[in-house]
Design a protein. Structure first.
Length: 275
């Protein structure tokens, strides 16, 4: 299997499809690189090199007990980018992966980066605070952690509908979407599942976003029940100088997987890559 070993000995699994200018995909929680298969094929077919890794403790990467913080995730990403000697890279990140992308730029800069895409991403801050009233209350994150600890298999089944918008009238969410979500969630360590909630809930990426100096596309659904657009996508687009914001009306959190929305996102992604 293609493996990148990090500076602290963690094996990071990745897919590497196609050739050409590299596009690195960073998955959300509780998923892994398999969530990007549609996009990997799309970019590889279009003449790009698509790469998607499994975050530590997710999928086929080392199921470590610790290291579930964004400094570590960003350094793991840097180990992958430098280990493969990738240059002129477009980073594409979903959900908490957006925090990984932002912290990567905050810590490692953009010397190797051509552009960035943030999809349903958590920056600048998910947690509701006096300065971020549009955010998610701490009690909601506590409930998520309790659900994982109590019976994570059923928790992932219950969460899939809101993740994809399967609880909305007229949705096109498939049983396959729900099953894939459960399967990837179960491939994440329980410790990673809990620790990542604390990480993506409370990490403030505002200073990281201010360091973006590459073309940036922000895509967010206005019916995202997991990462509310008013606390995240709209604010990110204002912080990142020159960022382009695309709002998908009725779009859920899992835009890249739901039929109808995923085709629209693939088209927008390829248009952005070809600029």
């Amino acid at each position: 299997m293609p493996i990148c070993t990090t500076r602290d000995g963690v094996d990071i699994f990745y897919k590497d499809w196609g050739s050409g200018r590299p596009v690195v995909f960073i998955h959300g929680w509780p998923l892994n690189g398999d969530a990007w298969q549609d996009q990997l094929k799309a970019v590889a077919d279009a003449g790009f090199r698509g790469i998607a890794h499994d975050r530590r403790g997710h999928g086929r990467s080392t199921p470590v007990y610790d290291g579930y913080d964004f400094d570590t995730f960003a350094d793991d990403l840097n180990d992958l980018v430098t280990g493969l000697d990738l240059r002129d890279v477009t980073l594409v990140a979903h959900s908490m992966g957006g925090g990984e992308l932002a912290r990567y730029i905050g810590r490692h800069g953009t010397d190797r980066i051509r552009s960035a895409v943030l999809l349903s991403a958590v920056p600048p801050l998910m947690l509701q605070t006096p300065d971020n009233p549009e955010g998610v209350p701490q009690s909601a994150f506590d409930d998520i952690k309790s659900g994982i600890i109590a019976e994570r298999s059923q928790f992932w089944k219950d969460t899939a509908d809101s993740f994809f918008g399967g609880n909305r009238p007229g949705n096109k969410v498939t049983q396959g979407n729900r099953d894939a979500f459960w399967y990837m969630g179960m491939a994440q360590t329980i410790e990673g599942g809990v620790d990542c909630v604390d990480a993506f809930a409370s990490t403030d990426f505002t200073d990281d976003l201010k360091k973006f100096d590459v073309p940036t596309l922000v895509v967010h659904g206005d019916d995202d029940q997991i990462v509310p657009i008013d606390a995240t996508g709209r604010k990110t687009a204002k912080i990142v100088q020159g960022a382009e914001l695309k709002v998908y009306e009725g779009g859920s959190h899992g835009i890249a997987l739901v039929p109808g929305f995923k085709e629209r996102f693939n088209a927008d992604l390829l248009e952005f890559l070809k600029k």
